[in-house]
Ligand binder design. Structure first.
Ligand SMILES: *[C@@H]1O[C@H](CO)[C@@H](O)[C@H](O)[C@H]1NC(C)=O
Ligand SMILES: *[C@@H]1O[C@H](CO)[C@@H](O)[C@H](O)[C@H]1NC(C)=O
Ligand SMILES: *[C@@H]1O[C@H](CO)[C@@H](O)[C@H](O)[C@H]1NC(C)=O
Ligand SMILES: *[C@@H]1O[C@H](CO)[C@@H](O)[C@H](O)[C@H]1NC(C)=O
Ligand SMILES: *[C@@H]1O[C@H](CO)[C@@H](O)[C@H](O)[C@H]1NC(C)=O
Ligand SMILES: *[C@@H]1O[C@H](CO)[C@@H](O)[C@H](O)[C@H]1NC(C)=O
Length: 514
């Protein structure tokens, strides 16, 4: 090698004109002198062990061989080692961040790495990017130091096995990707002290951090995630189950999805500016969606929300279960659980039910009213026969709530009185339905008790005891609609009287024409 390098250095690097622009370009653009071919050929005849002589047709690579030897001699000069050319056993580029990348860029140099080189040191150079694998072509090296750089990505760990004479290796302080180094053959020759903070093996400190994370952080994270999911599920389930979560807010798109875009097929009915849709929520719950078409002020909207927040908390067997509401569009909506069953109005006109069943329903309505009266006195509700729904086992559900209304007990008792009278008499038959409540009440007052047989729904077949019971019921109804009597009458008292009359049926029995 020395015999080659000397003429090279003499021939080119001593000619300063050639190294004019950047060193890189100069080195790349160098062309071998006329005698180079013959010199190489002569070298190979004298010393066939030279690396470039190993090729079957060495002269094909002459250009690269030329360049690599030039770079070698230039590097030698750069190392400022006066004995470099003679003892070219070390590439020492510690802390030379400017020229180190330059040498790494000459693949041809590494391809013909001079056989004399035993040690390569590129430590402390802030080298970036992937590990320069071309360096590993120097199969004879015994020491390789790339510590304190910014190398990242995969280190070609298996290629190290070809460096059979390698005894010193230092890859510490880099950012390589972690690899299964301990399973590699390389690890038999080297231990973790050669890879400190290299990224290749998890260092102890980060291992401790990870262990700590696994032991404490992970469980905490899992608990948080589970909690979050549970919260989501809880909210979700609130749409379907008896969850205690009070506030359920529906968006317009949720309602659209539930009703196939408010399709005609889903429209169950319209009354008083309220459209009633039947829908199915994503979780399969069947719902009744009442859409209030009227526009309201922001103040009323705020009140609406406040009232809905109360409604979703109501829990009673005689109150429809309010699942939530939607106020984020002009027609507001209230969502309640769907009940299979007809309205009280339909039931009365189409079934001609017996007095006993009618009483059972009146008791149920009164129980719902008592619950509201005791626990939620601010809630207004509707007691018309069209807005009370009967569930399968004849349990009435107060299904319509009144918003923005001034609720009071006296008014509620009055409404109940009218309902009661409608249920015992046959208001529909009287043809007074359109004539209005006032005339209906007047008609009853006129005929009671003298002509009370005219008042009763004649479809109710009654034994004499039942006639007496019907009379008592009408009496309560009239008391409810009488202002002065109404004040004295306690809700609970009405409930107890009705219950007593209802129970007396079990004692006396009654013809049942259901
Ligand atoms: C040296 O060898 C190269 C490639 O084999 C060839 O292209 C070039 O002409 C040769 N130079 C001389 C002076 O023979
Ligand atoms: C080494 O480089 C210096 C300039 O830095 C130059 O003067 C000298 O000739 C070079 N020697 C060799 C052997 O390349
Ligand atoms: C790394 O190199 C810089 C110069 O680039 C030098 O100042 C510093 O002392 C070197 N550090 C080590 C640990 O060799
Ligand atoms: C490794 O070192 C031995 C002894 O010094 C030598 O014979 C062998 O050629 C070297 N291997 C390589 C690949 O340089
Ligand atoms: C690593 O190996 C060297 C010898 O090659 C030894 O001196 C050092 O104690 C070892 N370090 C560890 C952590 O095993
Ligand atoms: C590897 O290099 C670092 C820094 O360059 C040094 O602190 C450490 O002692 C070296 N390790 C070995 C095993 O040579």
């Amino acid at each position: 090698m020395a015999s080659l390098l000397l003429p090279m250095a003499a021939a080119f690097l001593l000619a300063p004109a050639i190294l004019s622009t950047t060193v890189v370009d100069d080195l790349r653009n160098l062309r071998p002198p006329p005698e180079f071919n013959s010199t190489i050929a002569g070298n190979c005849i004298c010393n066939p062990s030279l690396r470039y002589c190993g090729n079957s047709r060495p002269l094909d690579d002459l250009d690269e061989i030329f360049k690599s030897t030039i770079v070698a001699s230039h590097l030698c000069n750069e190392s400022h080692n006066p004995n470099c050319v003679e003892s070219f056993d070390k590439i020492d580029l510690r802390g030379r961040p400017k020229i180190a990348p330059l040498y790494l860029s000459f693949d041809f140099f590494w391809k013909y790495c001079p056989l004399t080189i035993r040690s390569i040191d590129f430590s402390n150079n802030s080298l970036r990017g992937e590990f320069p694998t071309s360096v590993l072509a120097c199969a004879q090296v015994e020491a390789l130091d790339f510590s304190r750089n910014e190398l990242r990505g995969d280190f070609p760990i298996e290629r190290l096995t070809s460096l059979v004479n390698l005894t010193v290796l230092n890859l510490s302080y880099n950012h390589f990707s972690e690899c299964k180094l301990s399973e590699s053959l390389v690890f038999r020759r080297f231990n973790s002290s050669n890879f400190v903070h290299s990224g290749l093996i998890p260092n102890k400190q980060s291992f401790a951090v990870k262990a700590l994370f696994l032991m404490i952080g992970l469980p905490v994270l899992v608990i948080l995630i589970v909690g979050f999911i549970a919260m989501l599920c809880f909210r979700r389930r609130d749409l379907s189950s008896e969850s205690q979560q009070p506030r359920v807010h529906f968006t317009t798109s949720m309602l659209k999805a539930a009703t196939s875009g408010f399709s005609r097929e889903n429209l169950e009915g319209t009354s008083d500016g309220v459209d009633i849709y039947r829908g199915i929520l994503r979780d399969g719950t069947q719902v009744r969606i009442e859409i209030y078409r009227s526009e309201i002020s922001n103040e009323s909207k705020r009140k609406f929300v406040e009232e809905c927040e109360v409604l979703v908390q109501l829990r009673h067997k005689n109150l429809v279960r309010v699942l939530g509401w939607c106020e984020d569009w002009v027609p507001r909506a209230i969502v309640t659980r769907w009940t299979d069953g007809e309205s009280l109005e339909m039931w009365l006109t189409e079934r001609a039910p017996p007095l006993k069943h009618r009483l059972k329903i009146l008791v149920g309505v009164m129980e719902g009213m008592c619950y509201l009266h005791e626990s939620w006195p601010q809630v207004g509700y509707d007691l018309r026969t069209s807005s009370i729904i009967l569930s399968e086992n004849l349990e009435p559900l107060i299904a319509r709530f009144e918003f923005d209304s001034r609720n009071n007990t006296s008014k509620n008792k009055h409404k109940f009185g009218v309902l009661l009278l409608e249920m015992i008499t046959n208001r529909g038959k009287m043809g007074d339905l359109e004539a209005g409540e006032a005339r209906f009440i007047e008609h009853i007052r006129k005929n009671f008790p003298g002509n009370s047989q005219n008042l009763r729904d004649e479809r109710i077949m009654m034994a004499s005891t039942a006639i007496e019971q019907a009379r008592q019921v009408i009496e309560i109804g009239l008391a409810c609609i009488n202002h002065s009597a109404n004040e004295q009458l306690k809700m609970d008292h009405i409930r107890r009287i009705l219950l007593r009359i209802y129970r007396s049926f079990h004692v006396h029995g009654s013809p049942n024409h259901g």
